[in-house]
Design a protein around this ligand. Sequence first.
Ligand SMILES: NC(=O)c1ccc[n+]([C@@H]2O[C@H](COP(=O)([O-])OP(=O)(O)OC[C@H]3O[C@@H](n4cnc5c(N)ncnc54)[C@H](OP(=O)(O)O)[C@@H]3O)[C@@H](O)[C@H]2O)c1
Length: 215
Amino acid sequence: MKLAFIGGTGPEGLGLAVRFAAAGEEVIIGSRSAERAQEAAAKIVALVPTARVSGAENPDAARQGEVVFITVPFEGQRDILLALREAIGAKLVVDTVVPLAFEKGRARALSVAEGSATQQAQALLPQALVTGAFHNLSAQKLMRVDEDLGSDVIVVGDDPEARRRVMALAGRLKGVRGIDGGPLVNARYVEELTALILNINRTYKVQAGIKLTGI
Ligand SMILES: NC(=O)c1ccc[n+]([C@@H]2O[C@H](COP(=O)([O-])OP(=O)(O)OC[C@H]3O[C@@H](n4cnc5c(N)ncnc54)[C@H](OP(=O)(O)O)[C@@H]3O)[C@@H](O)[C@H]2O)c1
């Protein structure tokens, strides 16, 4: 499976790409700059010598990927998705974007007119099968590629088959269980939980994840 990471030069996209490369998936790092994309691809090879990885400008990455991950800051999501609408078409999209602001080092969830970043993505990409996932996984932890992540990944999306595919992908990562989070209307709860986790991380000086019991 070819997985493209739009904005994959940042910690979250790079961290997810490293983990998927280690799991044997082919990854394409997307960037606004082909050079930065190639530098990021080289970082993945340094960590995972067997990685099948390449770097490309975002539109190329979106065209090549069978699944397209959105790993840009919320502030950049609207413009980049409008620009990539054609390249993404009806593909499966995994939005990891969390609308956040920081004040005195404390994270706060931003309100989004569409309800959540993932719902905004679906509104901007009406043909695509948009899901939201991986919001609660720390990029720092992802980069420690041998470490068991020991976390659940809640997957939201309006198409049950799309959710199942993303849960299966999540399950490819070491120590990760995909959890069905239901339709896109639930995305805001998963995104907002990230603000709480970041503030807990600050208190305990850790990179905490989430694990649901009883499932
Ligand atoms: N960091 C985490 O631990 C974490 C965890 C869970 C979820 N997330 C979410 O994942 C997303 C990415 O996080 P991150 O920490 O990797 O973010 P980031 O480093 O701020 O940005 C990621 C990449 O996005 C591109 N980018 C930046 N501004 C852009 C814009 N205005 N338009 C288009 N592209 C832009 C840049 O790539 P180029 O300059 O190469 O184009 C950048 O390297 C965020 O929405 C975040 O909320 C992060």
